[in-house]
Design a protein around this ligand. Structure first.
Ligand code: HEC
Length: 176
């Protein structure tokens, strides 16, 4: 049986226990990624209705997380390095997603980002009009959360669930 814990509840428990910041970050991350039942047949959500991965005990990843892996490979890897690990040019997104709010993550991808006054001139491009990214942004988020929380190892996930008809429908509408 799965236990559903809200992030707030985890944070409160951590505060009461007085554990180290690292341990509390880990506990909070786990709370955020607890999948409640997928209600729309498309993907799983946590208690805050933020998309999350769903990895079975035998390692089978849900379709959206697998899709996120593929989209990351084709759209983000070139700058952010293999498996969300970062490069000399751009930060490790597997760590960024453990720190960034889901909505800030979406906004950064849609609008881009440029560190003003930084020693290096680093530019995160805006993808807001690119359907190959924006239609899959939730998938990329869940893939990176799976990586950052340690639920998913490096490389191509060996086993994946099939794409659901509901997912295919939403994808078709988005890409039109
Ligand atoms: C052309 C290179 C390039 C590509 C392609 C690219 N990024 Fe970035 N991205 C960057 C750079 C450089 C930064 C750091 C910018 C800064 O700090 O000002 C960044 C920053 C980010 C951040 C903020 C990270 C943080 O820790 O604050 C997010 C989120 C992000 N990128 C997501 C993505 C995603 C998702 C993709 C693929 C859809 C992607 N990026 C593709 C170069 C790129």
């Amino acid at each position: 049986m799965k236990t559903t814990v809200s992030l707030g509840a985890v944070a409160a428990l951590v505060l009461m226990a007085g554990v180290s910041p690292l341990a509390s970050a880990e506990a909070a991350a786990q709370g955020v990624d607890v999948a409640v039942a997928s209600t729309d047949g498309i993907r799983s959500y946590n208690a805050d209705e933020v998309p999350t991965f769903n990895i079975a005990e035998d390692g089978t990843v849900d379709w959206p997380t697998f899709s996120g892996y593929r989209r990351y490979q084709s759209e983000c890897h070139v700058c952010h390095g293999p498996d969300g690990m970062g490069s000399t040019y751009a930060p490790p997104l597997k760590d960024s997603v453990m720190r960034l709010d889901y909505y800030d993550f979406l906004a950064t991808i849609a609008n881009g980002k440029q560190e003003v006054g930084a020693a290096m001139n680093l530019v995160m491009p805006a993808f807001g009009t690119n359907p190959n990214v924006m239609c899959y942004v939730d998938d990329i988020w869940t893939y990176l959360r799976a990586r950052g929380s340690g639920a998913l190892d490096r490389g191509r996930p060996a086993k994946r669930a099939d794409k659901t008809p509901e997912y295919a429908e939403v994808e078709k509408t988005c890409m039109e």
